[in-house]
Ligand binder design. Structure first.
Ligand code: GMT
Length: 378
């Protein structure tokens, strides 16, 4: 199949999933066209089967807001015609599903049918999408998509609860390329980061308020009072300055290593013992899954789709949002006994196996095939 993929090209989870999906589909013989405003961060190699088409939005002084949706839908029309793209898969409803629908309508005028598959990722539904300013357009674009998927059962339920949805929503969970996380402990450069007796705690996110990064600091503060530990803090975002200030106030700056944005997540996870994800809402928690694939136990909140990934008492523990005391207690339980820690680490890896990309990507392929087949019948 010739498939167009529209996504945010950033470090955000939806962009990562879209990119990894495109790369795997290309390995399975499909021709993939990424259509976005920058080359996706995890898209390093372009090939015969993997193409990238940049959406340019020319600055014009009259526009207070530059019309990205317009430029994206025009680019989609051009690329579909030029490359014979058969189907477009948009990741994150806003504004991608909306722009794709406009492209579909324009193409229809020329007798070209463009099926749209929309994948809902999380904040496009739970935070931004349900805002009254966007809700009518998001509802419309979900209902006008030819197929809709959500990355967890929890997100599907939220979508049905928050919007008036007429379409079926298929749950296709996020996935992981387990081979990428198949390192042995000796490959890891743990000694550069911490002393032998220190446990390594890690957090990775875009540091937005929804991630509750102050809770990350509070939990780490509680842990390091009882057990020698270092915190690997990865990501950039609006909460970063506040986090640095808090670490200074608590006198733990020397125990926290700030990495900023990193393309070396797998290397950092390789030497991590525990991953913290205390989010306010989280449709899936891809970062937790990446940690688990690297044999890292997870302490998280029990919100949204996280319980579908992190299994309480098996791969880690779940607590109510904001329950720092419980998170510290659970973390200390795991970390205070090396044998127990090892069991949780192994369990985490075993749970991650359920999300192997070889099992999940065919689910998307099937959705594409079914969607295209419906068009042939029409
Ligand atoms: O909020 C983020 O971390 C980024 C966001 C995105 O769409 O880029 O992530 C959402 O999609 C990820 C991939 O499907 C999920 O793993 C995250 O849980 C989800 N984030 C939230 O729901 C807050």
């Amino acid at each position: 199949m010739k498939i167009g993929i529209v996504c945010y090209p950033t470090f955000g989870g939806s962009g990562v999933v879209a990119t990894e999906l495109g790369l795997e589909l290309s390995k399975r013989g499909h021709e993939i066209h990424f259509i976005t405003y920058n080359q996706p961060v995890r898209l390093e190699l372009l090939s015969n089967n993997v193409h990238y088409h940049e959406v340019n939005v020319p600055e014009y002084p009259l526009f207070h807001y530059q019309p990205y949706e317009l430029a994206l839908s025009s680019k989609l029309v051009d690329m579909v015609k030029l490359h014979g793209i058969e189907l477009v898969h948009v990741h994150y409803a806003i504004p991608h599903a909306y722009a794709a629908y406009m492209a579909k309508k324009m193409l229809k005028e020329e007798g070209i049918h463009l099926p749209i598959v929309t994948t809902l990722h999380g904040t496009d539904i739970t935070l931004v999408g349900s805002h009254p300013f966007y809700k009518p357009a998001v509802t419309f674009s979900i209902n006008k998509s030819d197929a809709v998927t959500a990355v967890s059962k929890s997100l599907k339920d939220d979508t049905i609860r928050l919007f008036d949805i007429k379409n079926e929503i298929h749950v296709v969970p996020n996935f992981i390329d387990l081979d990428k996380y198949n390192h042995s402990y000796t490959d890891c450069q743990r000694v550069i980061m911490a002393n032998d007796d220190e446990k390594i705690i890690t957090h990775i996110s875009n540091l937005r308020p929804v991630k509750r990064v102050q809770d990350v600091i509070s939990v780490f503060y509680g842990i390091q009072k009882k057990i020698p530990a270092k915190l690997m803090f990865i990501g950039e975002g609006p909460e970063k300055e506040k986090v640095e200030k808090r670490c200074r106030e608590l006198g733990i700056l020397d125990k926290v290593i700030f990495f900023g944005r990193s393309n070396e997540i797998d290397k950092i996870l390789c030497f991590s013992d525990l991953f913290l994800l205390p989010s306010q809402t989280e449709s899936f928690g891809l970062a937790a899954l990446e940690a688990m694939a690297s044999r890292v136990a997870v302490i998280s909140s029990n919100t949204g789709g996280i319980p579908e990934v992190n299994v309480n008492g098996v791969s880690g523990f779940l607590s109510d949002v904001g329950d720092i005391e419980d998170m510290v207690k659970n973390a200390l339980y795991i970390l205070s006994d090396d044998e127990r820690l090892n069991t949780f680490k192994n369990n985490a890896r075993n749970e991650a196996l359920k999300f192997d990309l070889h099992a999940i990507v065919p689910q998307y392929e099937k959705i594409y095939q079914d969607t295209l087949a419906r068009y042939l019948v029409l």
